[in-house]
Ligand binder design. Structure first.
Ligand SMILES: [Zn+2]
Length: 144
């Protein structure tokens, strides 16, 4: 083994895993993957996860869940999840890179991927780089 694998859920599921966040893989079989979630093992069917061979380096762009309760409405249709510390952050300015306010890491955005595409359709959300939030706030002053 040359290093740790990382994985994230690629579906909405009843698991204690944050949408878009990468977790270290501590064990795997042909059927399952075991995530390290706050030092506790969480076993998920392998078909539901996406695996990478090293530490992820891109912000995951996550479509706002329809029934989101922990995501502020003014964040708009999308938010970003830090690949390093799993911190959620607003995506107002759509820069090329963003510094995580929590772990201070600077990462690019994974714009090429569509994470959890089941949550949205291109018709509903035409442009993910110049988004307007559900409330169309005019006071977004860019990153703080
Ligand atoms: Zn971070």
């Amino acid at each position: 083994m040359t290093g740790f694998q990382f994985a994230r859920l690629k579906i909405e599921g009843p698991y204690p895993l944050r949408r878009g966040a990468w977790y270290r893989v501590t064990d795997e079989t042909s059927e399952t993957v075991v995530f390290d979630v706050n030092r506790r093992p969480v076993t998920v069917p392998r078909s539901l996860v996406e695996l990478v061979g090293g530490p992820p380096r891109l912000w995951t762009i996550v479509p706002r869940p329809v029934n989101a309760v922990r995501v502020p409405a003014h964040w708009g249709w999308w938010y970003a999840v830090c690949p390093s510390c799993k911190h959620r952050s607003a995506l107002n300015a759509a820069p090329q890179t963003m510094r995580c306010p929590r772990c201070k890491g600077v990462f690019r955005f994974a714009r090429e991927e569509s994470y959890l595409p089941g949550d949205w359709t291109p018709e509903r959300i035409p442009d993910r780089s110049s988004q307007q939030g559900p409330e169309r706030r005019a006071d977004s002053g860019g990153p703080g």
